[in-house]
Write a new protein. Structure first.
Length: 316
């Protein structure tokens, strides 16, 4: 499906060096903020108190957040749990308070705001649980990256595998850099968004790599730069349709999904925007600079030429 067709290839690779310098600077800044500021980890990773309260009618989440915010809690997760009347509250650890003191203080504030509230459950999530979640998340991210690289190397060629994984890591590190710079809360939902961006970004790279391979087979007189420009240009219509529809859905979650989905949608928004950019100006450009050529992707090109030559193999 195409909304429009561009008749002349756009010279994307002409600006690859300048744009990749910008990418490198952005990547270095993201790493710098990760090292100096670090991620603002949520309760799932750091440990804290988890409370479940219930109301007789639909709970007003903003009212609950406001009541807890007056106690001085800046980072509190408040969301519906099970039904619209049940609310799950995650409180970060406080140095000068125990879990029981947090429970009494928060429940007292909720009771003052709405006497109809009932306390259902209180649990303490220790740092050990948080460390296990952090390790599991890191392992999940590592296996996804290795799996993507292995897949690209098998389907295409090692140069594309290296280019694809650098582009994917570029997207992940920049997302994390944004969260470190602005000190947005990094939760399990954000980690899930990062893993989703990995798959989303590699899909765009695979589409472009497929077009590169097809162009090498079809256009024998084109050099590598011309083939890559043609491959990217031929996928523009598909890219606009796919990413515009996806970004519209993600923006709707960001704007209307409420506090619970805000950081998840924010990570996806950043990841999708940089995913489009990295597939074109990072993955394709790195493959070009690694020296990808026709023989890397069309291994039977000599046999194909011989097959099309009616005199191939003739005895004189």
């Amino acid at each position: 499906m195409e909304f429009f067709k561009i008749r002349r290839d756009i010279p994307f690779m002409r600006h690859a060096l300048a744009l990749n310098i910008v990418s490198l600077i952005t990547f270095i800044l993201a790493v710098f903020f990760l090292v100096t500021r670090g991620l603002h980890l949520s309760v799932e990773f750091t440990g804290g108190t988890v409370m479940e309260v219930s109301y007789s009618q639909t709970a007003q989440l903003e009212e609950v957040r406001g009541a807890i915010g007056k106690l001085g809690y800046a980072d509190v997760q408040v969301q519906n749990f099970g039904t619209s009347r049940d609310v799950l509250i995650r409180l970060p650890l406080q140095k000068d308070q125990t879990s029981e003191q947090q429970r009494d203080q928060v429940f007292g504030a909720l009771k003052a705001a709405n006497a109809d509230v009932q306390l259902r459950r209180v649990e303490f999530v220790g740092p050990q649980v948080g460390n296990e979640l952090a390790w599991s998340g890191l392992m999940a991210l590592t296996f996804v990256v290795l799996g993507i690289m292995f897949y690209l190397m098998l389907r295409f060629e090692w140069k594309f595998g290296v280019a694809g994984i650098i582009a994917n890591l570029h997207d992940v590190v920049i997302i994390l850099g944004f969260f470190a710079f602005f000190q947005w809360e990094f939760s399990l939902a954000v980690l899930a968004a990062v893993l989703a961006v990995l798959g989303y970004s590699v899909n765009e790279s695979v589409v472009i790599f497929d077009r590169v391979r097809e162009a090498f087979r079809r256009y024998r007189k084109m050099n590598t730069v011309e083939v890559i420009n043609h491959a990217i240009t031929s996928t523009i219509s598909r890219t606009i349709i796919t990413h515009a529809s996806t970004q519209t859905m993600v923006l709707s979650m960001l704007l209307f999904g409420g506090q619970t989905l805000h950081n998840f949608a924010l990570a996806l928004t950043i990841g999708i925007l940089f995913g489009i950019y990295s597939s074109v100006f990072v993955a394709a450009a790195i493959a070009m600079w690694l020296g990808v050529k026709r023989e890397d992707l069309v291994r039977n090109i000599r046999k194909e030429r011989d097959h099309t030559n009616p005199n191939a193999g003739a005895m004189v």
